[in-house]
Design a protein around this ligand. Structure first.
Ligand code: CIZ
Ligand code: SF4
Length: 319
């Protein structure tokens, strides 16, 4: 415990010396989320993380999350240094959508407007017309469909199907999935709901259809956190990464949070739904990156120039 306290105070000192701020995703270790809040940084979903990066005047952004979040921060803030605790922290959606294959798919459907989820590489964003996060996907697709545009959607097929069902738009879907949310099991969830009949079920739309169908609230991380505070229920069954419980407990300490089951047998362990790449962010490698300055995000200027157009469209639309 003393060691941990030392580590936290060394990180605080380094942040001040380097004029750096922490921007942490809800899915990261609570140690990092609390440290970000205590040091003038920010804890958020990927859309709000992108916005915060442009608003702070710190010279260095330390992005605790996964690589696409660091890349988006760098694209929007080319004059800032963007560091991450570990640049190998990727995402199964990003990995499952290589830029060359994706470009070929888009080229084969030139009459389609290309909408990509934020969980993609800078090169994929450079090929897209729009970037969206889960908190803004529905209104953007509604807007495009109302203009009669044909839509190509990548890479999350579950989120894509959910957006289709809600908006009525038909989209060409890339076949990608999140390894964390795909594991939520509908049959086991039914059993947990029977055990907690008064609980509200909160589901992130990266989950399979049959799980989304059982939700009382389907939404982005920020929307699910808000639901815990605002709904009258005392108990909540939560189908998203377990990292989110820290923020939910902080804003609604009297509520009871039950992790949705990922195993077939209705198991409810907190450790079972946690992104392995988010878990690569820790106090140790954070301290190291602040000392050494390595693990810096760099983006090819030609890619940046195109990717910023589709990202900026999202930010302007969100205003
Ligand atoms: O699953 C993710 O990686 C999410 C929810 C990202 C985001 O938009 O905050
Ligand atoms: Fe990607 Fe899923 Fe991890 Fe989010 S939780 S970073 S979508 S693998």
């Amino acid at each position: 415990a003393a060691e941990r306290t030392d580590l936290r105070s060394r990180i605080r000192r380094l942040l001040a010396e380097r004029n750096a701020v922490l921007v942490a995703h809800y899915y990261t270790d609570p140690e990092l989320q609390s440290l970000a809040e205590e040091t003038g940084g920010y804890v958020a979903d990927s859309l709000e993380m992108a916005r915060f990066g442009t608003e702070t005047d710190a010279e260095t952004l330390v992005v605790c999350g996964v690589r696409f979040m660091g890349e988006t921060a760098k694209i929007l803030n080319p004059e800032k240094r963007v560091l991450m605790p570990d640049l190998r922290a990727t995402c199964s959606l990003d990995e499952g959508c290589p830029a060359d294959e994706f470009t070929a798919f888009c080229d084969a459907h030139p009459d389609h407007t290309v909408v990509v989820y934020a969980n993609t590489s800078a090169a994929v964003k450079a090929r897209a017309d729009w970037v969206v996060t889960s908190s803004i996907a529905l209104p953007v697709v509604e807007h495009l469909a109302a203009r009669g545009e044909k839509i190509l959607w990548a890479p999350d097929k579950h989120l894509g199907r959910y957006v289709e069902r809600v908006t009525g738009a038909e989209m060409l879907l890339w076949n990608g999935a999140c390894v964390v949310h795909e594991e939520f099991k509908s049959f086991a969830l039914e059993r947990v709901r029977k055990l907690h009949p008064d609980a509200a079920v909160l589901v992130h739309p990266e989950s399979p259809d049959e799980v989304v169908d059982q939700a009382d609230v389907v939404g982005s991380t920020t929307q699910l956190i808000r639901a815990v505070a605002e709904l009258p229920n005392r108990e909540f069954i939560v189908a998203t990464d377990a990292g989110i419980f820290w923020k939910m407990r902080q804003i609604a300490p009297d509520k009871i949070l039950i992790p949705a089951p990922t195993a077939g047998e209705g198991a409810t362990c907190e450790s079972c739904a946690h992104c392995p790449w988010m878990a690569m962010n820790a106090l140790q490698n954070l301290e190291q990156v602040l000392r050494t300055g390595d693990q810096e995000i760099r983006i090819d200027p030609a890619i940046r120039e195109r990717a910023i157009v589709s990202i900026q469209r999202m930010l302007d639309f969100a205003r």
